[in-house]
Design a protein around this ligand. Structure first.
Ligand SMILES: [Zn+2]
Length: 382
Protein backbone atom coordinates (compact mmCIF):
# COMPACT_ATOMS: atom_id res chain seq x y z
CA UNK A 1 0.00 0.00 0.00
CA UNK A 2 1.55 3.27 -1.19
CA UNK A 3 -0.82 5.82 0.23
CA UNK A 4 -2.55 6.03 3.55
CA UNK A 5 -5.52 8.38 3.68
CA UNK A 6 -5.46 11.15 6.27
CA UNK A 7 -8.34 9.60 8.21
CA UNK A 8 -6.71 6.16 8.11
CA UNK A 9 -3.44 7.58 9.37
CA UNK A 10 -5.22 9.30 12.27
CA UNK A 11 -6.91 6.04 13.22
CA UNK A 12 -3.55 4.26 13.12
CA UNK A 13 -1.90 6.89 15.32
CA UNK A 14 -4.72 6.83 17.85
CA UNK A 15 -4.78 3.05 17.84
CA UNK A 16 -1.05 2.84 18.47
CA UNK A 17 -0.80 5.49 21.12
CA UNK A 18 -3.89 4.76 23.20
CA UNK A 19 -2.70 1.58 25.01
CA UNK A 20 0.23 3.47 26.56
CA UNK A 21 -2.09 6.15 27.89
CA UNK A 22 -4.40 3.54 29.37
CA UNK A 23 -1.52 1.72 30.99
CA UNK A 24 -0.30 4.86 32.71
CA UNK A 25 -3.82 5.63 33.96
CA UNK A 26 -4.33 2.10 35.26
CA UNK A 27 -1.01 1.94 37.15
CA UNK A 28 -0.23 5.47 38.28
CA UNK A 29 1.74 4.32 41.32
CA UNK A 30 3.14 1.04 40.03
CA UNK A 31 6.46 0.48 41.82
CA UNK A 32 9.42 -0.95 40.00
CA UNK A 33 10.44 -4.39 41.24
CA UNK A 34 13.91 -5.51 42.33
CA UNK A 35 15.72 -7.61 39.75
CA UNK A 36 16.52 -11.10 41.03
CA UNK A 37 18.93 -13.56 39.37
CA UNK A 38 18.84 -17.00 41.01
CA UNK A 39 21.94 -19.23 41.19
CA UNK A 40 22.44 -22.96 41.72
CA UNK A 41 25.91 -24.49 42.21
CA UNK A 42 27.39 -27.97 42.57
CA UNK A 43 30.94 -29.24 42.96
CA UNK A 44 33.23 -31.75 41.32
CA UNK A 45 32.18 -33.67 38.21
CA UNK A 46 34.82 -36.36 38.79
CA UNK A 47 34.53 -38.97 36.06
CA UNK A 48 36.11 -42.25 37.12
CA UNK A 49 36.49 -45.27 34.79
CA UNK A 50 33.40 -46.99 36.17
CA UNK A 51 31.29 -43.87 35.45
CA UNK A 52 32.65 -43.72 31.91
CA UNK A 53 31.81 -47.43 31.40
CA UNK A 54 28.27 -46.78 32.51
CA UNK A 55 28.00 -43.66 30.31
CA UNK A 56 29.04 -45.87 27.39
CA UNK A 57 26.21 -48.28 28.21
CA UNK A 58 23.71 -45.39 28.38
CA UNK A 59 25.12 -44.22 25.05
CA UNK A 60 24.14 -47.50 23.40
CA UNK A 61 20.53 -46.79 24.35
CA UNK A 62 20.59 -43.20 23.09
CA UNK A 63 22.70 -43.82 19.97
CA UNK A 64 25.75 -41.88 21.16
CA UNK A 65 29.27 -42.93 22.16
CA UNK A 66 28.67 -41.80 25.75
CA UNK A 67 25.70 -40.39 27.64
CA UNK A 68 26.17 -38.70 31.05
CA UNK A 69 22.70 -37.16 31.32
CA UNK A 70 21.10 -40.00 33.34
CA UNK A 71 23.50 -39.39 36.28
CA UNK A 72 22.17 -35.85 36.75
CA UNK A 73 18.45 -36.47 36.21
CA UNK A 74 17.41 -35.95 39.86
CA UNK A 75 18.80 -32.39 39.79
CA UNK A 76 17.85 -31.47 36.24
CA UNK A 77 14.75 -29.50 37.25
CA UNK A 78 16.63 -27.35 39.79
CA UNK A 79 19.54 -26.86 37.39
CA UNK A 80 17.16 -25.67 34.67
CA UNK A 81 14.95 -23.56 36.91
CA UNK A 82 17.80 -21.48 38.29
CA UNK A 83 18.75 -18.49 36.14
CA UNK A 84 22.42 -19.50 36.39
CA UNK A 85 23.77 -22.97 37.30
CA UNK A 86 27.44 -23.70 38.04
CA UNK A 87 29.44 -26.95 37.91
CA UNK A 88 33.14 -27.73 38.38
CA UNK A 89 34.45 -29.94 35.57
CA UNK A 90 37.13 -31.68 37.61
CA UNK A 91 38.39 -33.96 34.85
CA UNK A 92 39.83 -32.79 31.55
CA UNK A 93 37.46 -33.14 28.61
CA UNK A 94 40.02 -33.96 25.92
CA UNK A 95 37.88 -36.41 23.94
CA UNK A 96 38.37 -39.99 22.75
CA UNK A 97 41.24 -39.13 20.39
CA UNK A 98 43.47 -38.56 23.45
CA UNK A 99 42.43 -41.80 25.17
CA UNK A 100 39.66 -41.91 27.77
CA UNK A 101 40.94 -42.60 31.29
CA UNK A 102 40.00 -42.33 34.95
CA UNK A 103 42.26 -41.96 37.98
CA UNK A 104 44.98 -40.76 38.20
CA UNK A 105 45.44 -38.98 34.83
CA UNK A 106 41.87 -38.27 33.78
CA UNK A 107 40.55 -37.66 30.32
CA UNK A 108 36.81 -37.58 29.59
CA UNK A 109 34.79 -37.85 26.36
CA UNK A 110 33.57 -34.76 24.53
CA UNK A 111 29.97 -35.80 25.26
CA UNK A 112 30.54 -34.48 28.80
CA UNK A 113 30.53 -30.92 27.43
CA UNK A 114 27.31 -31.52 25.48
CA UNK A 115 25.59 -33.18 28.42
CA UNK A 116 26.55 -30.44 30.87
CA UNK A 117 24.98 -27.93 28.48
CA UNK A 118 21.81 -29.92 27.73
CA UNK A 119 21.29 -30.71 31.42
CA UNK A 120 21.01 -26.96 31.89
CA UNK A 121 24.26 -25.75 33.40
CA UNK A 122 25.44 -22.27 32.42
CA UNK A 123 28.81 -21.76 34.13
CA UNK A 124 31.63 -24.30 34.03
CA UNK A 125 34.94 -24.17 35.84
CA UNK A 126 37.74 -25.62 33.70
CA UNK A 127 40.70 -24.71 35.98
CA UNK A 128 41.42 -27.86 37.99
CA UNK A 129 44.48 -29.82 39.06
CA UNK A 130 43.62 -32.22 36.19
CA UNK A 131 43.46 -29.57 33.45
CA UNK A 132 46.94 -30.48 32.15
CA UNK A 133 46.48 -34.27 32.28
CA UNK A 134 46.82 -34.34 28.45
CA UNK A 135 49.05 -31.26 28.00
CA UNK A 136 48.45 -28.57 25.39
CA UNK A 137 46.41 -30.89 23.17
CA UNK A 138 44.03 -31.54 26.04
CA UNK A 139 43.58 -27.82 26.66
CA UNK A 140 42.92 -27.15 22.96
CA UNK A 141 40.38 -29.99 22.73
CA UNK A 142 38.57 -29.04 25.93
CA UNK A 143 38.18 -25.46 24.72
CA UNK A 144 36.94 -26.68 21.34
CA UNK A 145 34.32 -28.96 22.91
CA UNK A 146 33.11 -26.39 25.44
CA UNK A 147 33.17 -23.45 23.01
CA UNK A 148 30.80 -25.45 20.78
CA UNK A 149 28.21 -25.18 23.58
CA UNK A 150 27.25 -21.57 22.85
CA UNK A 151 25.04 -21.23 25.94
CA UNK A 152 27.91 -22.06 28.33
CA UNK A 153 30.29 -19.60 29.93
CA UNK A 154 33.61 -21.18 30.91
CA UNK A 155 36.82 -19.93 32.48
CA UNK A 156 40.16 -21.20 33.74
CA UNK A 157 42.04 -22.56 30.71
CA UNK A 158 43.29 -20.75 27.61
CA UNK A 159 44.80 -21.45 24.19
CA UNK A 160 46.41 -18.03 23.88
CA UNK A 161 47.71 -15.16 26.01
CA UNK A 162 44.96 -13.04 24.49
CA UNK A 163 42.28 -15.43 25.72
CA UNK A 164 43.79 -15.42 29.21
CA UNK A 165 43.63 -11.62 29.34
CA UNK A 166 39.96 -11.55 28.33
CA UNK A 167 37.37 -11.65 31.10
CA UNK A 168 34.42 -14.00 30.51
CA UNK A 169 31.10 -12.17 30.96
CA UNK A 170 27.42 -13.00 30.63
CA UNK A 171 24.16 -11.08 31.03
CA UNK A 172 20.99 -12.01 32.91
CA UNK A 173 17.97 -9.76 33.49
CA UNK A 174 20.00 -6.71 32.46
CA UNK A 175 22.76 -7.46 35.00
CA UNK A 176 26.25 -8.12 33.65
CA UNK A 177 28.31 -10.79 35.40
CA UNK A 178 32.02 -11.65 35.14
CA UNK A 179 33.27 -15.19 35.68
CA UNK A 180 36.87 -15.81 36.80
CA UNK A 181 38.53 -19.14 37.65
CA UNK A 182 41.79 -20.19 39.32
CA UNK A 183 43.44 -23.43 40.45
CA UNK A 184 46.09 -23.93 43.14
CA UNK A 185 48.14 -26.22 40.88
CA UNK A 186 48.15 -28.96 38.25
CA UNK A 187 49.56 -32.06 40.02
CA UNK A 188 53.16 -31.13 39.21
CA UNK A 189 52.54 -30.94 35.45
CA UNK A 190 53.73 -27.61 34.11
CA UNK A 191 51.96 -25.89 31.20
CA UNK A 192 53.88 -25.80 27.90
CA UNK A 193 52.76 -22.16 27.68
CA UNK A 194 52.10 -20.16 30.84
CA UNK A 195 48.75 -18.86 29.54
CA UNK A 196 47.23 -22.36 29.37
CA UNK A 197 46.03 -22.42 32.97
CA UNK A 198 44.99 -19.77 35.52
CA UNK A 199 46.93 -20.28 38.75
CA UNK A 200 46.19 -18.28 41.90
CA UNK A 201 48.36 -15.19 42.39
CA UNK A 202 47.73 -12.02 44.38
CA UNK A 203 48.72 -9.71 41.56
CA UNK A 204 46.89 -11.59 38.81
CA UNK A 205 43.70 -11.71 40.86
CA UNK A 206 43.86 -8.00 41.73
CA UNK A 207 44.28 -7.14 38.04
CA UNK A 208 41.59 -9.53 36.81
CA UNK A 209 39.01 -8.43 39.37
CA UNK A 210 39.69 -4.74 38.67
CA UNK A 211 39.13 -5.38 34.97
CA UNK A 212 36.04 -7.49 35.70
CA UNK A 213 34.54 -4.73 37.84
CA UNK A 214 34.93 -2.27 34.96
CA UNK A 215 33.12 -4.64 32.60
CA UNK A 216 30.38 -5.93 34.87
CA UNK A 217 28.06 -5.38 37.84
CA UNK A 218 28.82 -8.67 39.61
CA UNK A 219 32.01 -10.75 39.87
CA UNK A 220 31.75 -14.53 40.40
CA UNK A 221 34.95 -16.50 41.07
CA UNK A 222 35.55 -20.24 40.85
CA UNK A 223 38.32 -21.19 43.31
CA UNK A 224 39.90 -24.65 42.95
CA UNK A 225 41.70 -24.90 46.28
CA UNK A 226 41.99 -26.64 49.66
CA UNK A 227 43.35 -30.01 50.74
CA UNK A 228 41.82 -33.19 49.34
CA UNK A 229 39.69 -35.10 51.88
CA UNK A 230 40.06 -32.35 54.48
CA UNK A 231 37.03 -30.71 56.09
CA UNK A 232 39.34 -28.02 57.48
CA UNK A 233 40.36 -24.93 55.53
CA UNK A 234 44.04 -24.52 54.71
CA UNK A 235 46.00 -21.26 54.96
CA UNK A 236 45.87 -20.68 51.23
CA UNK A 237 42.07 -20.75 51.23
CA UNK A 238 41.94 -18.26 54.09
CA UNK A 239 44.48 -16.00 52.37
CA UNK A 240 42.70 -15.94 49.02
CA UNK A 241 39.23 -15.58 50.51
CA UNK A 242 40.55 -12.30 51.96
CA UNK A 243 42.24 -11.35 48.66
CA UNK A 244 38.92 -11.85 46.83
CA UNK A 245 37.01 -9.86 49.45
CA UNK A 246 39.54 -7.01 49.38
CA UNK A 247 39.33 -6.90 45.58
CA UNK A 248 35.53 -6.64 45.71
CA UNK A 249 34.46 -10.08 44.42
CA UNK A 250 30.78 -10.83 45.09
CA UNK A 251 30.71 -14.64 45.28
CA UNK A 252 33.45 -17.29 45.51
CA UNK A 253 32.49 -20.89 44.65
CA UNK A 254 35.11 -23.29 46.02
CA UNK A 255 35.83 -26.82 44.79
CA UNK A 256 38.52 -29.54 44.87
CA UNK A 257 38.69 -31.08 48.42
CA UNK A 258 36.10 -33.79 47.42
CA UNK A 259 34.44 -33.20 50.80
CA UNK A 260 32.24 -30.35 51.97
CA UNK A 261 33.51 -27.30 53.80
CA UNK A 262 31.72 -24.27 55.32
CA UNK A 263 30.27 -21.20 53.64
CA UNK A 264 30.60 -17.75 55.14
CA UNK A 265 30.80 -14.00 54.52
CA UNK A 266 34.24 -12.42 54.36
CA UNK A 267 34.65 -8.69 54.85
CA UNK A 268 37.00 -6.81 52.52
CA UNK A 269 39.14 -3.82 53.36
CA UNK A 270 36.58 -1.26 52.15
CA UNK A 271 33.67 -2.91 53.96
CA UNK A 272 32.55 -4.92 50.91
CA UNK A 273 31.39 -8.42 51.85
CA UNK A 274 32.03 -11.51 49.77
CA UNK A 275 29.98 -14.70 50.02
CA UNK A 276 32.45 -17.61 50.09
CA UNK A 277 31.48 -21.27 49.69
CA UNK A 278 34.77 -22.98 50.58
CA UNK A 279 33.96 -26.41 49.13
CA UNK A 280 30.87 -27.99 47.61
CA UNK A 281 32.44 -31.47 47.68
CA UNK A 282 31.77 -33.95 44.89
CA UNK A 283 28.76 -33.79 42.58
CA UNK A 284 29.51 -37.04 40.76
CA UNK A 285 32.38 -39.43 41.42
CA UNK A 286 33.18 -42.98 42.39
CA UNK A 287 35.52 -42.49 45.36
CA UNK A 288 35.51 -45.27 47.95
CA UNK A 289 35.23 -43.33 51.21
CA UNK A 290 31.76 -42.36 52.46
CA UNK A 291 32.87 -38.79 53.17
CA UNK A 292 33.41 -38.39 49.42
CA UNK A 293 29.83 -39.35 48.49
CA UNK A 294 28.37 -36.42 50.45
CA UNK A 295 28.32 -33.07 48.67
CA UNK A 296 26.50 -29.76 48.89
CA UNK A 297 24.29 -27.92 46.45
CA UNK A 298 24.17 -24.19 46.94
CA UNK A 299 21.53 -21.64 46.03
CA UNK A 300 21.71 -17.86 46.29
CA UNK A 301 20.25 -14.78 44.61
CA UNK A 302 21.93 -11.75 43.13
CA UNK A 303 19.50 -8.86 43.62
CA UNK A 304 19.56 -5.41 42.02
CA UNK A 305 17.57 -2.91 44.06
CA UNK A 306 14.99 -1.13 41.90
CA UNK A 307 15.45 2.22 43.64
CA UNK A 308 19.12 2.43 44.62
CA UNK A 309 20.40 0.17 41.76
CA UNK A 310 22.72 -1.39 44.32
CA UNK A 311 23.52 -5.07 44.02
CA UNK A 312 23.54 -7.56 46.86
CA UNK A 313 23.83 -11.31 47.33
CA UNK A 314 21.04 -12.78 49.49
CA UNK A 315 18.94 -15.86 50.30
CA UNK A 316 22.10 -18.00 50.41
CA UNK A 317 21.66 -21.63 51.38
CA UNK A 318 23.45 -24.97 51.09
CA UNK A 319 21.86 -28.41 51.26
CA UNK A 320 23.28 -31.96 51.24
CA UNK A 321 23.40 -34.35 48.30
CA UNK A 322 24.51 -37.99 48.01
CA UNK A 323 26.18 -39.89 45.19
CA UNK A 324 24.43 -43.25 45.13
CA UNK A 325 25.98 -46.31 43.47
CA UNK A 326 25.93 -50.07 43.67
CA UNK A 327 28.55 -52.68 42.90
CA UNK A 328 30.49 -55.73 43.93
CA UNK A 329 32.47 -55.22 47.14
CA UNK A 330 34.77 -58.15 46.28
CA UNK A 331 35.83 -56.41 43.04
CA UNK A 332 34.98 -52.84 43.91
CA UNK A 333 37.70 -51.18 41.82
CA UNK A 334 36.14 -52.46 38.59
CA UNK A 335 32.52 -53.12 39.52
CA UNK A 336 30.65 -49.99 40.52
CA UNK A 337 27.46 -48.98 38.70
CA UNK A 338 23.94 -47.50 38.93
CA UNK A 339 25.47 -44.10 39.62
CA UNK A 340 23.08 -41.25 40.37
CA UNK A 341 23.30 -38.07 42.40
CA UNK A 342 20.31 -36.99 44.49
CA UNK A 343 19.36 -34.63 47.32
CA UNK A 344 20.14 -36.23 50.70
CA UNK A 345 16.86 -36.48 52.60
CA UNK A 346 15.44 -38.85 55.22
CA UNK A 347 13.94 -40.87 52.38
CA UNK A 348 17.46 -41.95 51.43
CA UNK A 349 17.37 -44.50 54.27
CA UNK A 350 15.03 -46.61 52.11
CA UNK A 351 17.90 -47.37 49.71
CA UNK A 352 21.05 -46.40 51.65
CA UNK A 353 21.88 -49.96 52.72
CA UNK A 354 22.21 -51.00 49.05
CA UNK A 355 25.09 -48.56 48.49
CA UNK A 356 28.21 -50.57 47.66
CA UNK A 357 30.13 -48.63 50.34
CA UNK A 358 27.71 -49.78 53.06
CA UNK A 359 29.74 -52.38 54.97
CA UNK A 360 32.81 -51.83 52.77
CA UNK A 361 35.85 -51.58 55.09
CA UNK A 362 33.52 -51.11 58.06
CA UNK A 363 31.77 -48.04 56.65
CA UNK A 364 28.11 -47.22 57.20
CA UNK A 365 25.88 -45.62 54.59
CA UNK A 366 22.72 -44.21 56.18
CA UNK A 367 20.95 -40.86 56.25
CA UNK A 368 22.12 -40.21 59.82
CA UNK A 369 25.75 -41.07 59.12
CA UNK A 370 25.92 -39.02 55.91
CA UNK A 371 24.20 -36.06 57.61
CA UNK A 372 26.69 -36.30 60.47
CA UNK A 373 29.55 -35.90 57.99
CA UNK A 374 27.82 -33.13 56.04
CA UNK A 375 27.15 -31.19 59.23
CA UNK A 376 30.70 -31.78 60.46
CA UNK A 377 32.04 -30.28 57.22
CA UNK A 378 29.67 -27.40 56.60
CA UNK A 379 28.86 -26.16 60.12
CA UNK A 380 32.36 -26.15 61.59
CA UNK A 381 34.11 -23.08 63.03
CA UNK A 382 36.35 -21.28 60.56
ZN1 LIG B 1 40.63 -30.93 42.01
Amino acid sequence: MKKIGLIGLCILLVACSSPKVDEAKDNPKKEAKDTVVSFFAVGDNLLHDTINYEAKEYGKESGRNYDYRPFYKNFKKQIQEADVSFINQETLVGGEELGISGYPNFNSPKEVATDIATTGFDLVNLASNHSLDRGSEGIANALKYFDEQKELTTAGINDSAERQSQIATFKKEGITFSFLAYTYGTNGILPANSYEINYFGDERIAQDVAKAKELSDVVIVSAHWGDENSFALNDMQKHYAQVFADAGVDVVIGTHPHVVQPNTWVQGQDGHTTYVIYSLGNFLGGMLDTKNIVGSYATFDVIKDAKTKEIRVANEDVKPLVIDFHGNQANILDERYDYQVMPLTKDYDKIAAEHVLNGYEGQVVSYAELMRMWTYGTKREI
